[in-house]
Structure formats: structure tokens, C-alpha cells
Design a protein around this ligand. Structure first.
Ligand SMILES: [Zn+2]
Length: 491
């Protein structure tokens, strides 16, 4: 059981809440909790039955956070805010740029980890991306706030945050579309039109700008082709915007495991696929499930239930059961970023719609932060579920690019350059196979619980060289083939 910062799980009436606060305040150890809480607006408690208490306390303590610390950040202010975090937490942060926007603004990422700049084997990589649509600004502000919060809480030795930062490599890109933001911000919250500043400086919608891999996927499904890391079309670099190019290269350079893309204009956690199988039929909405559908639903629920009101379902005049939706069943969208993550990389991404108002006034930011804080941290913690491990050869050399397949889920993940892999899975018993070119595949059965990821390492034996004297035959049941297909799914 972790420590909760707030959000839905408190789930009690305000009268009951007050009662809880009054009762439990007496039981809190006063070591440094209260003074710190007043300072940072955060607090944590220990004890198995008190998980709902900090949530309630935080709702009150949150009132002590001055509203003045919540404001919109223009580009220069955002960069300054990120570098301030880096200055305050130099040992656990790093700032790097993944490229530049059309107008030349750097796309800065703040990395937070115990060894910034270094991938440690078995430590998963996580990313948050905000402000892809320049006029949807809440995600940008929440991610700046999250960066400050993680730094402050680390310094205050909050055990939950210390653990998270020690065990995870967190990458935060508060603005994927800084040019669009400036266009929207020049108009300000009151006058912001629905589409002003949505696209980049060339008015291209970046969430319709990724290579379309869904069509390949349906083709490969029929032909038993690859179910992961689908190849990009020739010349793709010249077919996407600079911001999209930068993000794709970023995805290729880091072995991200889990991610979320923060938007606005609705309140719902949206999971892939975004593109329905036959989007040409106008007005038709069809659920487009990934092979990891159950897992994606659970990821989306993690956010919606930890958010103060997303899980209620009724928001902004729309209703979504439990505050989650499959992208295509809402409306089909082509060339989006979350489908691309799933089809081209090891990363599982969902899209979070966080506010009815795309450009809320600064006065609303404090309330939004308190509504999202627990959800942002809880979602991040999901990167530690399922299984992970190393893939080695007989001499303990790591094997990169090995395929990890799970029976019943037609979507493999691959090991990274250090030979480590991460496979998010729901609780249950799973049959897992590691295979790599030139090696004999190896299968293990493992039971995954709801807690931390289970470590499952593989040691693959070199496949025997085929005997040149034996004539190869076309029998598909030749099991001695070193390229034994690892697909053990239903198909
Ligand atoms: Zn959007």
C-alpha cells in the first residue's frame, strides 16, 4: 500500500471528511509532518488503514498553498522554471533538448532519476508529454508543477517519492508545441478560440502527424507478420513536422515503457487504439482494441480513479463510464501519437484529457493541480508492474532486441541495449517466451501479483547450426528451426 496524496479514493462526504481530519489529526505523529505540510502542501502518513486520511488532510492543507504560485508560463518562464528545478535538485535532474520547433524553440525535457543521464539496467523509463496542442495548456502547467513537486518532495525525503525517483527514470516534456502555445497565450484565456494555437507554427496538428502504422498492423495481422516495432515508411523523416520528428527520435533513443500525453477539451482517460479499423465509414465509431486492451483499461482507470472527478463520468457535457474511453469508440483519429507508441516502440501510452476549458484561467490552476496530483504520481507508479528482467546468452552477455512474448497477447516487447526488458502485465499467471535470432527460445510460466514487477531473467542457448548435409525441406513443423516463431497466442 502506498501513500496517497489525494483524489478519488478518499471518496467520502465533506462532513465525514471533516470528522476524519479531526479524529486523525490527533493520531498523527508531529515529528515534522505538520510544519512540512504547511510549507509544501503535502503530507504522508504511515499505517495500513490510513490510506484515505492523507487525501483528506491534503484537501485542507492544500488551502495553504498560495494561489500566487500558480500561473501560466510563457516559453521563457517555462524554461526558467525547469532550470530552477534543476538548480534546486541538481543530483537527481538533467535538462536536455530533443530538438527544436518550427520557430526554433527548444523542446526541453526534464529528466528526474537517481542517476540522471544514465539508463540503469532494469530501471524503467517513463515519459509525460504536455501541450502537444498549443492551446491545451493545463498539461503544460501540471507538468511544470509535477517537476517542482517531485524535487521538493525528494528533498523533504518523502519515502514514496524518494523510492519512485530511485527506481524510475522519469522524463517530462511539458511542451511539445511551444510555438502553438505562444499563439494561444497571446490571446489569453478569455479570448482563446477553440483552434487558435492548436497546431504548430505551420498550423499542422501534431496529433495527426505521426506515420500511420495502423494500416500495416491490420495487414500484418492477416499475414502473421510482426506485431511490434512496425517499420516506418521510407522517407518518413521528410513527411513529419520538426516537433514530431524530434519526438520520434526521442522514442527511438530511449526504451520507454509507459507514457501519457496530456490534452484538454474534455475530461477522460483515452486509451488505444485511436484509429478504428474502418475509419472511412463516416460517423461510425467502433471500438478498436489492442491486444493489451484489459491492461490499457486498467491503466486508464488508475488515472481516472485517482483524479478527483474524472471517474465520475459526467464531465464537460459528455459521459464516459468510469471516466475512460477507447479512442476509436469515441471518435476515430488517424496518425495520432498513442497508437504510434504502441505499434513502433515498447511504450504503452494513453491520452489524458484533463479540462473542459482548454485554456483555464490561472485562478483555476491550483484546484486542477490538487485534482491531478495523486493521479499523476499513481499513473507513474504503474511502470513498476508486470514482469521485467534480463536476457542473457550462455556466457552471461546481455542480448539486446530479444523478443518477449506472452501467451494470449499478440504484442511482443523487446529487450533494450543492456539486455533488459519490461513487460507490463495484469495480475495472473502468464506464459512468457524469450527469443532472439541465433538462440533457442525459452519459455517460463510466472505468476504476477498486484505489487512490484516480478523479475524473470532468461538465459538463451545458442541455436545449433543447421547441418548443411541435410536437405532443408519445407515442412513448417520443423521445430529445430532456430527462428522458431515465438507467437504462442490463439492465432
Ligand atoms: Zn488535444
Amino acid at each position: 500500500m502506498g501513500f496517497y496524496f489525494g483524489g478519488a479514493r478518499a471518496g467520502s462526504s465533506s462532513a465525514t471528511r471533516t470528522q476524519f481530519v479531526l479524529t486523525h489529526l490527533k493520531h498523527i505523529s508531529h515529528r515534522q509532518h505538520l510544519s512540512r505540510a504547511a510549507h509544501t502542501g503535502t503530507m504522508q502518513l504511515e499505517g495500513s488503514n490510513s490510506w484515505h486520511v492523507p487525501a483528506v488532510l491534503l484537501a485542507l492543507v492544500g488551502l495553504l498553498v498560495p494561489s500566487s504560485s500558480f500561473q501560466h508560463h510563457r516559453y521563457e518562464d517555462m524554461v526558467r522554471a525547469l532550470f530552477t528545478v534543476q538548480n534546486e535538485c541538481p543530483y537527481i535532474t538533467r535538462i536536455y533538448s530533443i530538438g527544436r520547433s518550427v520557430e526554433g524553440r527548444h523542446l526541453y525535457v526534464l529528466e528526474i532519476s537517481d542517476n540522471p543521464g544514465i539508463h540503469e539496467a532494469l530501471e524503467p523509463e517513463f515519459k509525460y508529454v504536455g501541450n502537444m496542442h498549443g492551446n491545451e495548456v493545463l498539461g503544460r502547467e501540471l507538468l511544470i508543477k509535477l517537476s517542482q513537486f517531485l524535487c521538493e518532495e525528494y528533498r523533504a525525503r518523502n519515502p514514496r517519492i524518494v523510492r519512485l525517483i530511485h527506481d524510475t527514470r522519469i522524463h517530462i516534456l511539458p511542451s511539445m508545441n511551444p510555438d502553438g502555445y505562444e499563439v494561444a497565450a497571446r490571446q489569453g484565456p478569455e479570448f482563446n478560440g477553440y483552434l487558435v494555437g492548436r497546431g504548430n507554427a505551420r498550423e499542422i496538428d501534431l496529433n495527426r502527424n505521426f506515420p500511420d502504422l495502423n494500416a500495416y498492423m491490420y495487414y500484418y495481422e492477416k499475414t502473421n507478420g510482426p506485431n511490434h516495432h512496425l517499420p516506418l515508411p521510407d522517407n518518413w523523416e521528410h513527411q513529419v513536422e520538426p516537433e514530431t520528428l524530434a519526438v520520434i527520435k526521442w522514442m527511438q533513443n530511449y526504451n520507454f515503457v509507459l507514457s501519457a500525453n496530456l490534452h484538454g477539451g474534455a475530461v477522460v482517460a483515452n486509451y488505444p487504439f485511436d484509429k478504428s479499423k474502418d475509419p472511412r465509414i463516416r460517423g461510425r465509431t467502433t471500438y478498436a482494441a489492442t491486444p493489451d486492451d484489459k491492461l490499457f483499461k486498467e491503466l486508464a482507470r488508475t488515472y481516472s480513479y485517482a483524479h478527483s472527478w474524472m471517474h465520475h463520468g459526467w464531465n464537460c457535457g459528455d459521459f464516459f463510464t468510469e471516466g475512460i474511453t477507447n479512442g476509436a469508440s469515441w471518435y476515430s483519429l488517424s496518425k495520432g501519437m498513442q497508437d504510434f507508441n504502441y505499434l513502433h516502440t515498447n511504450c504503452f501510452e494513453i491520452t489524458l484529457e484533463l479540462s473542459c476549458d482548454k485554456f483555464p484561467p490561472a485562478s483555476a490552476l491550483r484546484k486542477e493541480w490538487l485534482a491531478n496530483r495523486e493521479a499523476l504520481v499513481s499513473y507513474l507508479e504503474q511502470v513498476h508492474h508486470g514482469i521485467k528482467g534480463m536476457v542473457y546468452d550462455e556466457n552471461n552477455n546481455p542480448i539486446s532486441n530479444a523478443e518477449i512474448s506472452v501467451v494470449g497477447i499478440n504484442h511482443d516487447v523487446t529487450s533494450g541495449v543492456d539486455g533488459d526488458y519490461f513487460r507490463l502485465l495484469l495480475s495472473g499467471t502468464h506464459t512468457v517466451t524469450a527469443s532472439a535470432y541465433g538462440y533457442l527460445p525459452f519459455t517460463s510460466t510466472i505468476t504476477v501479483g498486484p505489487a512490484e514487477a516480478i523479475q524473470l531473467d532468461f538465459y538463451l542457448k545458442t541455436a545449433p547450426k543447421p547441418n548443411p548435409k541435410v536437405k532443408p525441406h519445407n515442412n513448417k513443423r520443423n521445430l529445430s528451426s532456430p527462428k522458431l516463431p515465438s507467437k504462442l497466442g490463439p492465432r
